[in-house]
Design a protein around this ligand. Structure first.
Ligand code: B12
Length: 213
């Protein structure tokens, strides 16, 4: 029954039925499915399918935007659940999507899970100029800085940010982590980042490990 609702929800996102996703999400929540399971088993699986349709030329950008709208209607109901957790800040994480890149869904999921796990999160947005990461770090004094990139063309900006911290002399004050579909462990190492998370849950675990020293 719950699985059936999740697969209907997945289909509704892929089929751009924004008006149906809210009701289906509520239905799954009422059936006792956790927000994280709805996210992983309905919303993210839908976006994966949308990605394949887009890559194969079956969907165009306006279609993807309609799917994202349908996704957002569902996600809005899960957001506050994902952020619920014991509060007493375990540390501050600053997150941003690098310059040239406006993809924000992954960053926002990581943000919600980090908040739900008791971290204070500062979101500096998308398409963030490299120098702005350094400026904002001085302002917010995070323990960890997380960068997201979804485009192979925006990945070099991650190295630019790390290099700017080195040039500024403040590299050792922060742990820097990276993520996003095209990013990898090897890339993180190559650019001098302190870690890579392949999904939001691994990101939360990575933050925990880095803060534990
Ligand atoms: C939705 C989407 C869009 C939306 C974005 C809406 C928004 N508000 O974010 C719109 C329509 C705007 C868009 C635009 C474009 N897109 Co687009 N988009 C996608 C799509 C379908 C889904 C991305 C997504 O949100 N995935 C779901 C999230 C949850 O996954 P995620 O971001 O990877 O995040 C997870 C992990 O990676 C990790 N994570 C992410 N960040 C971080 C950070 C840290 C620190 C850590 C630890 C972990 C972590 O945790 C997350 C949760 O598990 C992908 C295809 C795909 N399947 O990936 C294409 C895709 C990323 N887009 C692509 C392209 C080419 C574009 C455009 C250039 C298209 C165009 N011709 O204009 C533009 C670029 C605009 C720009 N300058 O950024 C390509 C990229 C190809 C490449 N390798 O470079 C893809 C792969 C599609 C494809 N198959 O060709 N896009």
């Amino acid at each position: 029954m719950a699985n059936d609702t999740l697969s209907k929800l997945e289909d509704a996102i892929v089929e751009m039925k924004a008006d149906e996703t809210e009701a289906l999400t509520k239905e799954a929540m009422q059936a006792g499915v956790s927000a994280l399971d709805i996210l992983n088993g309905g919303l993210l699986t839908a976006l994966e399918r949308v990605g394949v349709l887009f890559r194969d030329g079956d969907y165009f950008l306006p279609d993807v935007l309609m799917c994202v709208k349908a996704y957002k209607n569902a996600y809005a109901l899960l957001d506050s659940e994902l952020k619920k957790g014991a509060y007493k800040s375990r540390g501050t994480v600053m997150l941003g999507t690098v310059h040239g890149d406006i993809h924000e869904i992954g960053k926002n999921i990581l943000l919600a899970l980090l908040q739900g796990n008791g971290y204070t999160v500062v979101d500096i947005g998308v398409d963030v100029q490299s120098a702005v990461f350094v400026e904002k770090a001085k302002e917010f004094k995070p323990d960890i800085i997380g960068m997201s990139a979804l485009l192979t063309t925006s990945m070099p900006a991650m190295k630019e940010v790390v290099d700017l911290f080195v040039k500024d002399g403040s590299r050792d004050r922060y742990k820097i982590i990276v993520g996003g579909a095209p990013v990898s462990h090897a890339f993180a190492k190559e650019i001098g980042a302190d870690g890579y998370g392949e999904d939001a849950q691994s990101g939360v675990e990575l933050v925990g490990r880095l803060l534990a020293g």
